[in-house]
Design a protein around this ligand. Sequence first.
Ligand code: ADP
Ligand code: F6P
Length: 512
Amino acid sequence: MVRPTDSYTTEPHRVDPPTQGADFVVVANRLPVDRDTSADADPADGPVWRTSPGGLVTAVMPVMRAREGAWIGWAGTADELFDPFDLDDMHLVPVRLGTEDIHNYYEGFSNATLWPLCHDVIVAPEYHRTWWDSYVRVNHRFAARVALEAARGATVWVQDYQLFLVPQMLRAMRPDLRIGFFLHIPFPPWEIFSQLPWRSAILRGILGADLVGFQRPADAANFRRAVRIKLGMTTKDDVIRIPAVPGTDEDDPGTPIRYAVARHFPISIDTADLEAQAADPATIARAAQIREELGDPRILMLGVDRMDYTKGIRHRLKALEELLGDKRISNEDITFIQIATPSRERLDEYQQIRTDVELAVGRINGEYSSLDNQVVHYFHHSYPREEMTAFYLAADVMLVTALRDGMNLVAKEYVACRTNNDGVLVLSEFAGAADQLRQAVQVNPHDITGLKDAIQLATEMPLKEQRKRMKPMRAKLGHENVQAWSQEFLDALDTVADTQDELSERLHDRRG
Ligand code: ADP
Ligand code: F6P
């Protein structure tokens, strides 16, 4: 039989709930910690763990600590399988990825197909059938692991684009579960999403969830439109009607009509925790020390990103270089720190962006630095949380110039740390955070002239104006924090799932 491209087959199997499972399960590609394989991690001490990169982990970790449950994910290394373990009040269940899985599922389909597809095709997505086959296999592995860990009737929260197929696979294995899905990155318009050869399978995969969460209203609207166009399903507001599928024989009851809800739940940060860290005298002293070591610049500007082509690092360096060239800012006044965490380093596009950034930094410093004034300080490392907070506290201006970003937690972290209500956030309108941080100096990073004006405005902004903008943003993050985000999502999931129960009961009554 010829199998159409836009479908897949996996062994269908029902799984019995475990006798002692978790009532709350988070499943994400990565665990919140990676196995540290660096030279200073002594293997004789057993595996050493360090925090994994990215906003997903920053946001979901405090949620997980507060609710007892299990987090299922990959430990960041190839071919190693670890037993489940407890760390920092979290129960972690590792899933193994082999070298080929990393190449095809993680680097390939997740990060060279879906990632660029969902970020405005800033680089061209690649479509390879071997990558897709691997994506299906690995999603099935994650779903099977969840099916073994989740207690009867448990809530399972599936995270992000690496696991688009898990909701549907899991529903087939464990129809008793409440399944939520949250997409941390943008969902593209149909005109772009429709390039994907496996678009129906992905849409159906996501629709295995009762509740599908997105960062921005436009992402949710794009998803519902794709479902209408490609799957022919009807939607009303944020509700999607999923038609019944008849069973194939008397052992297979088929699936009843269901409703899923797709809407936006903008993610946020642990504001109170960051504020407390920023108010800590040790952090304040460290921030002062950072400024002193830099020669006490009049204005310290900061950029913090994963080294990713979506973050617009090149654009901000170009604007900075031109401002220096035009003598609209002076190297005597301004110091810029760019922190870029290593990310997806084996992919060509990521090697390219690193090369481009490093060339630009070298060029700017070569042209505009002097013995006592280095204009750009560039660091390609990860830092502990306390050190990141000290950088936020030290910086007068924060540059977030993403070309496309689901949310951008860095922008929110900077605001939360400005406990004196001073400082200026320059924020791309293409980051989800722009919806909440309305008083930031908003920019279109493609418009270099506009970006230069915004940076200059930020460096010259009077303190009174800084405070007028910063105060309402801080107040907003005070209540729109990550605790509220997770509570709202999980409450909505319960509501949708309870409505489903009633619906299927009513269907049953009618049949009986
Ligand atoms: P993304 O999820 O695309 O990486 P976000 O801005 O939403 O982008 O989240 C990035 C997270 O990673 C933030 O919590 C930020 O503080 C953290 N982070 C970024 N760079 C570093 C670094 N060099 N060291 C430690 N943490 C970092
Ligand atoms: O939300 C963005 C995100 O892609 C997460 O899904 C991911 O864990 C993180 O950024 C970092 O990327 P990676 O896991 O590929 O290092």
